[in-house]
Design a protein around this ligand. Sequence first.
Ligand SMILES: [Zn+2]
Length: 93
Amino acid sequence: MTNPSFHACPICSAPVQHQERYPQAVCHACYEKACDAQGQQLSFFNVSMSGGFGAVIADTQEDYPSHLCYIEGVTCWADEARFGGIVMQPHSG
Ligand SMILES: [Zn+2]
């Protein structure tokens, strides 16, 4: 029996705590692997206590003005989660 409060990570199939709003959210390990198109590691954060979305290149702290990221070759979209934090889901189109 599978626990209904988890879904399989769309990248690596690890169990991810399921949120109705983010049915395709990637797991933490994949989240940490998110890179830009050049393969540079990205770092995502909320810009303030009340939320907001920000991203930088982890190595250089250079601004990354996009929500697109790549995990194991899968294009993903990172965004501010409804209740804080950042959520990433595969992006199509
Ligand atoms: Zn994963």
